[in-house]
Design a binder for this molecule. Structure first.
Ligand code: PLP
Length: 389
């Protein structure tokens, strides 16, 4: 259990603590980093007992590691049905690294334009970062009060754009595109931040004209420190001179993902995770589970007579992150909800974020959360609501 500082008496869970009471098993609904499926965690543990050295201390140029890298690519390709004309990179720098890498690689000069569809926290940050290196044309659906409750119209893109940027699941705001847009063959290529939903639904690579899609690993495909970047082979080699090598698609592709020391252990974790996704039935199965899990929680909210509420209308509700308030955001009841959840091992519903404490809690239902674990949250939410009647 977390130690609160001597000067405060705040309950650890209200301070963002992620450790439940000693004898209770944790179910981690954090928005990221989050748990991996149990079988994946077991297989990761087993790598430490393998006859070969752990990938934590394998040279990134050793034959053992080259095999791990090949596996990571193979299972990623299989899990996501990546066509042959795309390169797969495991890079550094997380989602934010790609906020910079995308404009640096795809806008050849600071005068180049790109359309940024902004429908939440992360796409807004990406557009701000892009403005350091080029001219983003922002189409935003931000409301006057700073919230997001709809999507901008993608068809209004600027035709001179080098690319059209979007985030397919806005993790903080709880807005998801269940399918990527198909803007037609004459539209600029689509660049997608899939950090919090990649692998959880099918991708139509050609129809959606995907130029680049990326995901930081810490939501659905691994742990923090690795960014999966998938790049169509006509999209690299146009970078600005100032593009750092570590973020440069061309340099990393030409160096076969070993331009500098790759994140060896993270790549093995993602290889194991992608293998698990393939074995379970890949994107169609992950999507099926996501629909089941998110429906369970949204149904409780919708049938609660307003005891719980969620900000987004049905057609855009995220299957990955379910924001909800308790008793209209009443602080005392919300805190009681969090503490009693914690007592049952249900954690991560309110984590510390750079975006402050809003009235919404958030249940994140990534690949590492099972249907049974979601059932526990559902039962708890019903039980808590009943106790307040
Ligand atoms: C978490 C997240 C990010 C930020 O990723 P970092 O690895 O922390 O840089 C970016 N985009 C989306 C959609 C996310 O969910």
């Amino acid at each position: 259990m977390c130690q609160s500082t001597p000067t405060t008496t705040v309950h650890p869970v209200l301070d963002g603590c992620l450790t439940p009471p000693a004898d209770v098993k944790a179910i981690n609904f954090s928005p990221g980093p989050c748990n991996l499926p149990e079988q994946v965690e077991d297989e990761i543990k087993a790598t430490f007992d393998a006859p070969r050295a752990s990938s934590m201390y394998l040279s990134h140029r050793s034959p053992e590691f080259v095999k791990i890298l090949q596996d990571a690519r193979k299972y990623t390709k299989e899990a996501l049905c990546v066509p042959d004309n795309y390169e797969i990179l495991f890079m550094h720098g997380g989602g934010h690294g790609q906020f910079a890498a995308v404009p640096l690689n795809l806008m050849s000069s600071p005068e180049d334009k790109a359309t940024y569809l902004v429908n939440g926290t992360w796409s807004k940050r990406a557009a701000a970062e892009a403005s350091k290196y080029g001219k983003p044309v922002v189409i935003s659906s931000e409301n006057e009060d700073g919230t997001f409750t709809s999507n901008p119209d993608a068809a209004k893109y600027d035709p001179d754009s080098k690319y059209i940027y979007m985030c397919s699941n806005e993790t903080v705001n709880g807005i998801e595109a269940y399918r990527l847009p198909k803007l037609g063959p004459d539209s600029p290529p689509l660049v997608v931040d899939g950090s919090s939903d990649l692998t959880t639904k099918p991708i139509e690579w050609e129809e959606s004209n995907i130029g680049v899609i990326y995901a930081c690993a810490s939501k659905n495909i691994g742990h923090p420190g690795l960014t999966l970047v998938i790049i169509r082979n006509d999209m690299y080699g146009k970078q600005q001179n100032i593009c750092p090598g570590v973020l440069c698609y061309e340099d990393n592709i030409k160096a076969d993902n070993a331009w500098n020391t790759s994140c060896t252990f993270n790549i093995e974790v993602t290889a194991i995770m992608m293998k698990w996704i393939c074995q379970e039935g890949a994107m169609p199965e992950m999507e099926k589970r996501s629909i089941i899990k998110s429906s369970m929680i949204y149904d409780v909210i919708d049938n609660s007579n307003g005891f719980y509420s969620t900000p987004q209308e049905k057609s855009i509700r995220s299957r990955m992150n379910v924001p909800f308030d308790v008793a209209g955001g009443d602080v005392e009841i919300t805190n009681e909800f969090l503490i009693k959840a914690w007592e049952q091992g249900i954690i991560g519903l309110r984590t510390k974020t750079p975006f402050g404490v809003g009235k919404y809690l958030r249940a994140s239902l990534y690949n590492g959360i099972s249907i049974q674990q979601t059932e526990k949250l559902k039962e708890y939410m019903i039980e808590f609501m009943e106790s307040k009647k």
